[in-house]
Design a protein around this ligand. Structure first.
Ligand code: COA
Length: 538
């Protein structure tokens, strides 16, 4: 396979300006990640220490094998929501290695409102379960949670994707043979009590860990009975009387040691199936990506310059290079894993959609996972394009993306607009993982276009009333709020706060993050070639 050539000059003034722009975004990202990890009130930390508990971060540090990578998911979930401070939506979670085995891990942070579950905390819990189910990874929970965040109880309780779904999924995971090991390391009240209850095996810390459907205050209010937390649901109650607990630990450190031993006893995962060769570093330094990404989405970005810094040996076998050139398709390896890559280089035309449909069919038959690098303003619009069938061709691509059975991975490296988001495997199209770069922008359409549509609709109404087009000051009153809203809601930070993605990643880390994702995908058996795609409208 020929290595990709590169026209990028890292020493050029343009590269310097672009790298400086990315550095500003990365400084913000690193500061926000640090705050999400470390900013906790002195009161909450003191309360932890006086109970002899480790923090969520300390627990995870001890749980995971030293020196192994941890792929954090939802690191900035709930960032800026609920008036701030609900760091990581209350749970530190990701994929980590325990006793040599990749697991989904989830550790409640009791220093964030007693580890209570906010709506975004429910969404994150469901996302982590989806990752475990799709990739057949064991699930390890370190529970320390006051259950539902009561002021928002109506948003976390009854609906199909609310709290009840977590325990429903636990039953499904058990049926699928996905091991679930839970350590009870604080008070686990109400909903939080069901997490150990629905797990395969439970470890409980004597003195601090307690499991009960209603805590002492609720019992007193409901029945008048006065009982301590330890007497109501402590380790000895559940190890000796109820049988809810399988192993008792004297402190957090011992509980974590027992969890590690339980994971070490799990049956080995099936051998991987994704075609793999020894990994090779790219020819070009991945850090150069920072100087390649333009400051504005209006400037073009040749995705081959990114691919050359993400794939092994920068080798890329391009498919139909001259046909539908605004979508680049081709085959490569990342950390040795064979992948088919689809990357935007402008608007999607009919030819791009048909090329993508054919390429996806090839990858499906060859069992190559698909990597989508999204930087898409949308599908082309206009009279000639409608007559040529752009809607029909777009449908073919969307249909193929939706129904492909090989693992799909998506990185939003620029814009993600309109049906381009769907066709390039946005969140609704079931990518196993979806990451954003800090410069990513997401929306139904660009802000200027959205403002233009609203102004045109308003002018149409005025015309029907016999009025002329609105004066420029009125146009500004429509345009201003739309642009402001889009700047906020279209940013990668808003996306990640709402868990539309699995996290904002540094562009230079893309190769390693995708490598870890592919390793996780390789843990689940091949979902199998389902020859029946839907009907392609020709
Ligand atoms: N909903 C909303 N906020 C809650 C909460 C809940 N279920 N449980 C605790 N909090 C808040 C507290 O108000 C406090 O907020 P503050 O820091 O702004 O003052 C913070 O979480 C920590 O609670 P605190 O009681 O000071 O800490 P703790 O470590 O001693 O105990 C709990 C933590 C969770 C064990 C304890 O607060 C508790 O038992 N809560 C009630 C649990 C319950 O009955 N849940 C039912 C859900 S259906």
């Amino acid at each position: 396979m020929p290595p990709l050539p590169s026209a990028h000059d890292p020493a050029s003034p343009e590269a310097g300006a672009r790298a400086a722009h990315m550095a500003t975004l990365l400084a913000q990202l690193r500061a926000d990640l640090r705050a999400a990890r470390d900013d906790r009130s002195a009161k909450a930390l003191a309360r932890h220490r006086e109970q002899g508990k480790l923090t969520a971060v300390e627990r995870l540090d001890r749980l995971l094998d030293p020196g192994t990578p941890f792929l954090e998911v939802g690191a900035l979930a709930a960032h800026g929501l609920y008036e701030g401070g609900v760091h990581k939506a209350g749970t530190l979670a990701g994929i980590g290695v325990i006793a040599g085995r990749e697991c989904v891990v989830s550790s409640n942070d009791a220093m964030v409102k007693g580890g209570t579950i906010y709506p975004m905390g429910v969404k994150k819990a469901l996302r982590m379960q989806t990752i475990a189910m799709e990739n057949r990874l064991p699930f390890v929970s370190l529970v320390d949670s006051g259950g539902a965040y009561l002021p928002l109880q109506s948003e976390v309780f009854p609906d199909i994707d609310d709290g009840g779904r977590i325990f429903y999924n636990q039953a499904l995971m058990s049926k699928l043979g996905i091991a679930q090991v839970t350590a009870v390391m604080g008070l686990c009240t109400a909903g939080a009590a069901y997490i150990p209850a629905m797990s395969d095996e439970v470890v409980q810390v004597r003195g601090t860990g307690a499991i009960f459907l209603g805590g002492p205050p609720l019992v007193k209010a409901a029945t008048g009975e006065e009982v301590s937390a330890e007497d109501l649901g402590g380790a000895d109650v559940h190890a000796v009387h109820s049988g809810v607990t399988d192993h008792v630990a004297s402190d957090d450190a011992e509980a974590i040691r027992i969890v590690r031993e339980l994971v070490a006893c799990l049956p080995a995962p099936a051998a991987g199936w994704i075609d793999r060769a020894p990994a090779e570093a790219p020819l070009y330094d991945p850090a150069e990506i920072d100087g390649i990404v333009p400051e504005s989405l209006a400037q073009p970005l040749d995705p081959r310059e990114i691919i050359a810094r993400v794939v092994d040996a920068s080798d890329f076998l391009e498919f139909k290079a001259s046909y539908g050139p605004t979508l680049v398709c081709g085959t490569a390896r990342i950390h040795g894993y064979r992948v088919g890559i689809l990357a935007n280089h402008g608007v999607l035309f009919s030819e791009c959609a048909q090329k993508a449909t054919q390429f996806i069919q090839l990858c499906e038959k060859r069992r190559a996972p698909l990597l989508f690098l999204q930087n898409v303003p949308g599908f082309i619009i206009g009279r000639d394009y409608e007559r040529a069938g752009i809607t029909k061709h777009g449908h073919q691509m969307v249909n193929a993306v939706a129904t492909a059975t090989v693992p799909k991975l998506t990185v939003i490296v620029g814009g993600s607009f309109g049906a381009g988001n769907y066709a390039m495997c946005g969140r609704a199209y079931g990518p196993r993982f979806l990451w954003c770069w800090p410069n990513a922008k997401i929306g139904v359409m660009g802000a200027e276009q959205a403002a233009g549509v609203l102004i045109s609709v308003a002018n149409g109404q005025r015309e029907r009333l016999g009025m002329g087009p609105m004066p420029v000051e009125e146009e500004a009153m429509i345009r201003g709020p739309v642009l402001e809203n889009q700047a906020r809601e279209g940013s990668a930070w808003y996306s990640t706060a709402n868990l539309w993605d699995d996290g904002i990643i540094e562009p230079a880390r893309t190769r390693d993050v995708i490598g870890l994702c592919l390793a996780a995908c390789d843990r689940a058996p091949d979902p199998g070639f389902a020859s029946a795609f839907g009907t392609f409208r020709m």
